[in-house]
Design a protein around this ligand. Structure first.
Ligand code: NAP
Length: 299
């Protein structure tokens, strides 16, 4: 279903890969005058059939709109493709290419030096979840006035659009934090599945316990975040006792003949905490170890 536009703005989309095409399509569905450009120009043809305007050059694409959304493979590609733009003339560049905090800060400075305004974005959604009637999560951080001016236009991307604040690092960091937690949970699940297989049992049998465990762990997070921020770590914890349970996990993994990297990592971190005098403290005391560079390189 196409949403009737409450208003229509000029917007440019640079980069028409899978996600850039979904973004341009979303702006068209919302009724915006959408100019598109891609290094391989034939990729714009489908969008032209939908009503998009194919810019003859990158300079034309940038000049066509006060709001420019760029979505390419990585930040180096963003800077490379925009290198010829000497003056953004106060246009807003929204970069939804995936990346981290340092890259976002660097690109913000780079755009500001060229008289532009910058918003960093992170897309936590699949292409099918991008659109005015979709709920895909798109996180944005950076220049507050640019956000205020463009929020209504960017709403075409989906109901999960959210502004996180003026610190440009926030969008990419939220993306990476969510991915890190997801990967960590999934890796631990796979490791446990290998243990279950080693005794001839189906990994399915542990799923209800793991689901309950994740719910409990999720309920601890607000309190843990308070302790980390205040520095007031619970003094009546038992990291030393937890270390023994981690030894058990490692022994079990060795005996099962499966990969031991995960239990070794868990044990190593807890052992560092105990060595540092945090053995009797609550689990958030591990932050003292994680704030420092790694003792040994991972590879
Ligand atoms: P993609 O389909 O591989 O498209 C890559 C795009 O980058 C193409 O338009 C390509 O142009 C362009 N590009 C690459 N290097 C370039 C360069 N040096 N100069 C100019 N253009 C260059 O990738 P995608 O799936 O759209 O992903 C784009 C971004 O969205 C990534 O950061 C990705 O992490 C993020 N994202 C994607 C999804 C998803 O479901 N696809 C989900 C969340 C986030 P050509 O066509 O000329 O090669």
């Amino acid at each position: 279903m196409t949403t009737e536009p409450a208003f229509s703005q000029n917007v440019t989309v640079l980069g028409l890969g899978a996600m850039g095409t979904a973004i341009a399509s979303a702006f068209l569905d919302a009724g915006h005058h959408t100019t598109v450009w891609n290094r391989t120009s034939a990729k714009a043809d489908g969008l032209v059939q939908k009503g998009g305007l194919k810019a003859a050059s990158l300079a034309d694409a940038v000049g066509a709109s006060p709001l420019i959304v760029v979505c390419v493979s990585d930040y180096a590609a963003v800077e490379g493709l925009l290198d010829s733009v000497e003056d953004f003339d106060q246009r807003t560049l929204v970069n939804v290419t995936s990346g981290g905090a340092a890259a976002a800060r660097e690109l913000e400075a780079w755009v500001q030096q060229r008289n532009g305004r910058y918003l960093d974005g992170a897309i936590l959604a699949m292409t099918s979840e991008i659109g005015p009637d979709q709920s895909g999560m798109v996180l944005v951080s950076g220049d507050a006035s640019s956000w205020t001016e463009n929020e209504k236009t960017l709403a075409a991307l989906g109901g999960g659009l959210k502004y996180l604040g003026s610190n440009v690092a926030l969008a990419g960091l939220h993306d990476l934090a969510g991915l890190a937690v997801t990967w960590s949970v999934l890796n631990a699940f796979m490791h446990a599945a290998a243990l279950f297989e080693s005794v001839g049992e189906s990994p399915k049998s542990m799923v209800p316990l793991i689901e309950d465990t994740l719910k409990s762990a999720a309920s601890w997070l607000p309190g843990y975040a308070d302790q980390i921020e205040s520095g007031d770590i619970a003094p009546d914890g038992d990291i030393a006792g937890t270390l023994q349970a981690m030894e058990n996990l490692l022994e079990e993994s060795v005996a099962a003949g499966i990969n031991t990297d995960l239990p070794k990592f868990l044990r190593g971190l807890a052992a560092q905490a105990v060595d540092a005098g945090d053995g009797g403290k609550g689990y958030p005391a591990l932050i003292h170890q994680l704030r420092k560079p790694s003792v040994a390189a991972a590879h």
